[in-house]
Design a protein around this ligand. Structure first.
Ligand SMILES: Nc1ncnc2c1ncn2[C@@H]1O[C@H](COP(=O)(O)OP(=O)(O)O)[C@@H](O)[C@H]1O
Ligand SMILES: [Mg+2]
Length: 483
């Protein structure tokens, strides 16, 4: 190598950044120690090679332009590029190009100082990846500073809370406090996380619209690399679905266990009752005394009432003993309406049917289905009569019956303009013995039995509010039940 060329370049030998001296054609005239070791090319291997041959081909054009600009405009040019290495990862570098002149224009050279920024780039990339994961995850996520004020929330958190991002940032998550947890609960949480430990718990948050969302919340302290706390990171897992399923499961289990219990009781009571009934008839026949005959008649009436309750109880627990046959749901409904319509109480009530004639017949126990329909219709009549008793103005009771096919299920809807079922009662009305009727008027078994029958057909029955303000009962029956 010509001494002239690198008298001053030698000064860069101990310089920690990679340094190269190029001819204006882009040939490497000299490279410092750092460049040789970083690129894994010791000795004179790099000399007289084209500088661009060291680089990722994608960056070649950029480098050529930088060299031209540097020479023609005689100013420093800064660009990012990637050095390739055999067997080892590429080096991300920030390169500074400048003219290295020894006075005569013809002997211009180019000095390149390349700063290794691989680690920074990697960190940047990691951060970007982390940001993307955090931003796009379906789990609501929040980052708070040490005082608990939110400094980052992801879109899932914004969605869960119902607030806008700008309404959340700068506030503490207590903005979503549902008031369902004690001060002790939150104190313990703070105690754990400010101690640098992870806290996990189930929380109930209140959305902006007042709805409560149940989530499992994990809060992890964010530590500085040199120790000490920087803030907190909280991630939620939505439990609403799980809670609803749990509620339903508890309800179903409750109904089932009461069913088993009731069937047992009914059996135990049924036999002695049959003996009592037989005895009453014997005594009635063998006495001439009017007083006794009359009283025994009353006893018989009471026995009939108890028998009916027992029959209902037994019905609930043995629906599958009956014969399944193809049943026309619409025809069954029409018959049920006829049965109920003849009742004295139903005299002034309007029954409106809107039946989808294209629905398929279903494999089920026709009598039981009719029992369900009649129960619901009679309840509607009772509810309307009760409302009539308290309403002063003119009021015509109406019961609508509708059938339709929804997602392969057959849906039967009954809705009326009676007083409706309150939210508080809507979970209870399917329970046995729940009735709002006067003693002797209702047994509270009608809907319970109906529930059992519909479940045995693998369907479901729900109560809601009718478009006319009264009650609405929706029954869904699958067209292809698996028995
Ligand atoms: N259409 C309706 N409108 C208002 N309340 C109803 C309606 N149907 C049922 N209910 C409520 O559900 C309760 C339970 O009904 P059910 O199980 O048939 O028992 P019962 O008719 O013997 O009271 C009723 O007492 C009533 O409070
Ligand atoms: Mg009833």
């Amino acid at each position: 190598m010509n001494c002239d060329r690198h008298i001053s370049f030698d000064a860069l030998n101990d310089f920690s950044e990679m340094s190269f001296l190029l001819s204006i054609e882009g040939k490497i005239l000299a490279a410092n120690k750092s460049a040789l070791t970083s690129l894994g090319k010791p000795g004179t291997e790099l000399l007289d090679k084209q500088f661009i041959s060291l680089l990722n081909p994608a960056h070649i054009l950029k480098i050529e332009n930088a060299i031209i600009k540097c020479i023609s405009e005689r100013e420093k040019v800064e660009i990012d590029c990637k050095f390739m290495r055999d067997g080892r990862g590429d080096i991300d570098a920030q390169c500074y190009f400048s003219v290295f002149s020894n006075g005569e224009k013809t002997s211009d050279k180019i000095l390149i100082i390349a700063k290794d920024v691989t680690e920074e780039k990697q960190k940047e990339l990691d951060l970007l990846r982390f940001y993307n994961v955090a931003h796009h995850t379906v789990n609501p996520l929040q980052i708070t500073d040490l005082s608990g004020r939110m400094i980052y929330v992801n879109p899932a958190f914004v969605k869960m809370s119902g607030y806008k991002e700008e309404e959340l940032l700068g506030h503490t998550p207590s903005l979503l406090n549902s008031g369902r947890h004690s001060k002790k609960f939150w104190d313990e949480m703070w105690h754990t996380i400010s101690d640098g430990k992870v806290w996990v718990g189930e929380v109930a948050n209140r959305k902006k619209n007042g709805e409560v969302v149940h989530t499992q919340l994990l809060i992890s302290p964010i530590m500085k690399s040199e120790g000490g706390l920087l803030g907190y990171f909280g991630i939620h897992r939505d439990l609403t679905e799980k809670k609803n399923l749990e509620k339903q499961l508890i309800h179903t289990q409750k109904m089932e266990s009461i069913g088993t219990l009731a069937a047992g009781v009914a059996h135990e009571v049924g036999n002695p009752l049959a003996s009592i009934s037989a005895l009453v008839q014997i005594i009635q026949r063998s006495t001439e005394e009017v007083f006794i005959k009359e009283k025994l008649e009353l006893v018989k009436k009471q026995i009939t009432r108890i028998s009916k309750i027992i029959r209902d109880l037994v019905d609930f627990s043995r629906p599958s003993n009956y014969e399944l046959k193809l049943t026309d749901v619409n025809a069954n409904l029409r018959e049920s309406v006829e049965i109920v319509r003849v009742g004295k109480k139903a005299k002034d009530i309007e029954f409106v049917s809107d039946l989808d004639e294209s629905i398929e017949p279903l494999h089920l126990v026709s009598d039981q289905l009719q029992q369900v329909f009649v129960n619901i219709l009679i309840n509607g009549v009772d509810a309307i009569v009760e409302k009539k008793g308290v309403t002063k103005e003119d009021y015509t009771g109406k019961i609508h019956i509708k059938t339709q096919c929804v997602n392969g299920n057959i849906q039967i809807i009954f809705y009326d303009n009676g007083p409706g079922v309150s939210e508080e009662h809507s979970m209870k009305i399917f329970e046995p013995f729940f009735t709002t009727k006067k003693e002797g008027k209702g047994t509270g078994l009608g809907l319970w039995v109906s529930y059992g029958i519909v479940k045995s057909f693998q369907g479901d029955i729900k109560v809601g509010t009718s478009p006319m303000g009264g009650a609405e009962f929706v029954i869904n029956l699958p067209t292809n039940p698996v028995y």
